[in-house]
Design a protein around this ligand. Structure first.
Ligand code: PNS
Length: 157
């Protein structure tokens, strides 16, 4: 059985994340969506909220589970029995950054990273940018799964 880990901060999950997770679920039997526990960065949504939102928006995707992890990603992959890490790449800047992490992760335990090019219509999305626009009253509802758009609107009042 093929298992992949799809890691990230997911603060909050966007349509870009959902696109990558959905495509990964067609390539692997099991996709473990793993939300990073980052004690140095509080985030807008707490861990439980991110996990709940991800579980809700991936509920119809076969083989997808959602959990949290702390520490090294490669250790989490080993615990899960995962043979691959899946990452979406939006452009050259992502490749520069992600390539370095992929090579480090492979050198640590041999786990490989599979890069999925983000769908072009979603390649400008980032959680940070979406939060910034939303904080100033911009409409980001088309850029998020509906449940996340509702949660963000509620969070920002
Ligand atoms: O959504 P993000 O913030 O781009 O995700 C980054 C993430 C969680 C994939 C990365 O920060 C990570 O893997 N953190 C776990 C700690 C770790 O393994 N660091 C070494 C990476 S080579």
């Amino acid at each position: 059985m093929s298992i992949a880990v799809c890691p990230g901060s997911f603060d909050p999950p966007t349509l870009g994340h959902l696109d990558v997770i959905g495509r990964a679920s067609r390539l692997f039997d099991t996709v473990v969506v793993a939300v990073l526990v980052n004690p140095d960065k509080a985030g807008l949504f707490d861990l439980q909220e991110r996990q709940d939102l991800l579980a809700e928006v991936t509920a119809d995707l076969p083989g997808v589970t959602v959990t949290t992890f702390s520490g090294l990603l490669v250790d989490f992959c080993r615990e899960q029995g995962a043979e691959a890490i899946v990452k979406g790449v939006r452009g050259a800047a992502d490749v520069d950054y992600e390539l370095q992490m992929a090579q480090m992760n492979r050198s640590l335990t041999g786990v490989d990273t599979v890069f999925l090019p983000t769908s072009p219509q979603l390649s400008y999305l980032s959680s940070s940018l979406i939060k910034q626009v939303a904080r100033y009253g911009g409409d980001v509802s088309e850029l998020l799964p509906p449940a996340v758009a509702r949660a963000l609107a509620a969070k920002l009042g």
